[in-house]
Ligand binder design. Structure first.
Ligand code: I3S
Length: 128
């Protein structure tokens, strides 16, 4: 794989560890399953890989396949309302395909940066 190393330099290309759960899949409610996930925003794609321990090995190692990919085009991002989760700093991401995710970090600067980056990515790629 040929990922550049300075993913965090561009607002539309960003990576880090976040807590993630699906709440809806293809329009159908699914049971929450919060997991810590290595998360990569790359253009209009958001990629998740399970982040057990050395989460950065995802890039160089054998596990170059993301566990789950979200197409942001036509989606929406917002702060989750209180009834969606008891956690602090939760983003709700909805895709055009009817998948809803909650994305969370305990660190408010981290989640604020992700909120900004995801909003920008959705706006940039809205009409593709
Ligand atoms: O929206 P919910 O159902 O209150 O979400 C909580 C549950 O998924 C809970 O697991 P159980 O399936 O064993 O009830 C999780 O441990 C909680 O983290 C979920 O709520 P939060 O508020 O953390 O998103």
């Amino acid at each position: 794989s040929t990922y550049v190393l300075d993913l965090n330099d561009k607002p539309s290309e960003k990576c880090g560890v976040l807590n993630v759960t699906k709440i809806t899949e293809n329009g159908k409610k699914v049971r929450k399953n919060w997991t810590s996930s290595w998360t990569v925003l790359q253009g209009s794609s958001l990629l998740f890989a399970k982040g057990q321990g050395g989460s950065t090995s995802w890039f160089g190692g054998n596990q170059s396949k993301p566990e789950f990919t979200v197409d942001l085009r036509g989606g929406s991002v917002d702060w989750a309302s209180k009834d969606k989760s008891s956690k602090k700093h939760v983003i709700e991401l909805k895709t055009r395909q009817g998948t809803e995710l909650l994305i969370q970090s305990e660190i408010d600067s981290v989640i604020n940066d992700w909120h900004r980056a995801l909003t920008e990515a959705i706006n940039t790629h809205a009409w593709e």
